[in-house]
Design a protein around this ligand. Structure first.
Ligand SMILES: Nc1nc2c(ncn2[C@@H]2O[C@H](COP(=O)(O)OP(=O)(O)O)[C@@H](O)[C@H]2O)c(=O)[nH]1
Ligand SMILES: [Mg+2]
Length: 201
């Protein structure tokens, strides 16, 4: 069957992209034993909808710079090439360490990769949902989410942005808020028939 629509999962290595896809859809994408092992996009399909798990975006400890640059370029090209059929992007972040990492880069005067990725997706007019994963590790939930939306240049409180950010935990199985957001994007294109592929429990 021809592919008409695509949902991409993007973000740094180890933030839980593959785990989230598994929790959300009940289906596995190929995963490597080590983070960063997956260097090519991997896919699952539901009828004419493609779900894509992209390689980790940005710095990865122990991987040579040239290789990192190559992976980053290939991700950028993949997204640009498939832009027209991309219904939405799920940008996955590790809610527990996101702000520390962003601030560390900012203090060095460098563009944090997560922000770079988010802006890149916005520039392409790709509807982007932020999945704040690993919420099970976060103690002050509302405060953490307020801090996170601020880094993306959204005004807190985070609850103003529930159509854009979904706090989730792939590990504890709590992904319902993300399923709701993905379903809303499917609804917009009249594809409620795919709702069943994205579990709310
Ligand atoms: N505590 C916690 N760990 C998680 C969660 N989601 C994923 N992980 C763990 O984070 C690591 C990386 O997950 P993976 O899905 O491979 O990340 P990817 O590189 O972004 O695809 C694995 O050890 C997962 O078990 C979560 O919600 N909470
Ligand atoms: Mg993965």
């Amino acid at each position: 069957m021809a592919i008409n629509h695509e949902i991409i999962f993007a973000g740094r290595s180890n933030v839980g992209k593959s785990s989230l896809i598994k929790r959300l859809t009940g289906r596995s994408v190929k995963t490597g034993r080590r983070p960063g092992v997956t260097r090519k996009p991997t896919h699952i399909t539901f009828r004419d909808l493609l779900i894509t798990d992209l390689p980790g975006y940005g710095f990865l400890h122990g991987v040579p710079d040239v290789v990192q640059e190559r992976i980053k370029n290939s991700i950028v090209h993949y997204i640009e090439d498939n832009c027209d059929r991309i219904l939405c992007a799920v940008q996955v972040i590790d809610a527990n360490v996101f702000c520390d990492i962003v601030d560390r880069w900012s203090e060095r005067g460098e563009m944090p990769v997560d922000i770079e990725l988010f802006e890149f997706l916005s520039d392409l007019d790709i509807d982007t949902v932020i999945a704040a994963n690993k919420m099970d590790l976060v103690t002050d939930r509302d405060d953490a989410l307020d801090q996170i939306v601020e880094r993306f240049d959204f005004l807190p409180p985070w609850k103003q942005w529930i159509d854009t950010i979904a706090p989730v935990s792939a590990k504890k199985g709590d992904v319902s808020q993300l399923a709701v957001l993905v379903r809303s994007r499917l609804h917009r294109i009249g594809r409620d028939n795919l709702f069943g592929q994205f579990r709310t429990v």
